[in-house]
Each structure stands twice: as structure tokens, then as C-alpha cells.
Design a protein around this ligand. Structure first.
Ligand code: THU
Length: 140
């Protein structure tokens, strides 16, 4: 577990981005904020499309944002979401997003935070969310 970082700042970054979520079909808005090993935070939101499968989840958007800015390692992610932008419950990451996180971190030391607010949240490692995972080390 990556324990030395500012949870408040990471969760607030996700909450502050939620307004940018584009979800006219599901009306389920999601936002994520990724902490890279550089110390920088990158946000992402779900972006849906009239051709449904062309849309993307908030978590992958945030991770790809980080990679597009030169990052190769992420150490934490905070996720918020809910119907019509109302955060009434926890929003756990989907399986595809868990696998994408796996590509850019050490699962035992990657912190995944699901939050209802800056002071009501749960955190776990990616290894707990994606046990016995398949990664780059599996194919060399
Ligand atoms: N969604 C995410 O952004 N992240 C997840 O981990 C689960 C689902 C989005 C995809 C879609 O735009 C909406 O939530 C409803 O599934």
C-alpha cells in the first residue's frame, strides 16, 4: 500500500472533475484522479458515445491522460461517481479498468480509493481487487 500521499487532495481532484463527465446515455457520471510516481495528479471522466462501445470509463481516461503526459507509473487512484452526478454510494472500478491499472503499477503498492466524499472513503490495493493478475511480467 502506498500510504504517504494526500488522500484529501486526490479525492477532491476527482470530485472537482465530476462535472466534466459526459454521460448523456447512462446518466451515470464517474470521475477519477490518478497519482503518478512523479507526484503529479491526472484526472479523467467517463466519456460516452452514441455508438455505445466507443465510450470510455473515467479510470482509463485518467490513466491514459497520465501516460500521454509522459508518466509510466501510477501509485494511487481515487474514484467517485453516481447517477446524475450525485455521489450516493461507492463506485468501484470495472474489470477492464483494473486490468489497465495493472499495466502501470506494482499491484501490491497501488492504492485504489473509492469515495463518497473527502472524508468518507474505502481504500484497498490493486492486488486485492485483481488477484493473480496477468501483467507485462507474465509474458516475458
Ligand atoms: N463507468 C466508469 O466510468 N467507470 C467504471 O469503473 C464503471 C463504469 C462508466 C461507463 C459508463 O459511461 C457509465 O459509467 C455506466 O456504465
Amino acid at each position: 500500500m502506498n500510504s504517504k500521499f494526500n488522500r484529501f487532495e486526490l479525492i477532491k481532484s476527482a470530485i472537482d472533475s465530476l462535472n466534466f463527465s459526459y454521460a448523456p446515455y447512462s446518466h451515470f457520471n464517474v470521475a477519477a484522479a490518478v497519482l503518478a510516481s512523479s507526484g503529479k495528479i491526472y484526472t479523467g471522466v467517463n466519456v460516452e458515445n452514441a455508438s455505445y462501445p466507443a465510450g470510455i470509463c473515467a479510470e482509463r481516461n485518467a490513466i491514459f491522460h497520465a501516460v500521454a503526459c509522459g508518466e509510466k507509473e501510477i501509485t494511487a487512484i481515487a474514484i467517485v461517481g453516481g447517477l446524475n452526478g450525485q455521489i450516493t454510494d461507492y463506485c468501484p472500478p470495472c474489470g477492464v479498468c483494473r486490468q489497465v491499472m495493472r499495466e502501470f503499477c506494482d499491484p501490491e503498492h497501488m492504492t485504489v480509493i473509492i469515495a463518497k466524499s473527502t472524508d468518507e472513503y474505502k481504500e484497498m490495493t490493486l492486488a486485492e481487487l485483481l488477484p493473480e493478475s496477468f501483467g507485462t511480467d507474465s509474458i516475458v
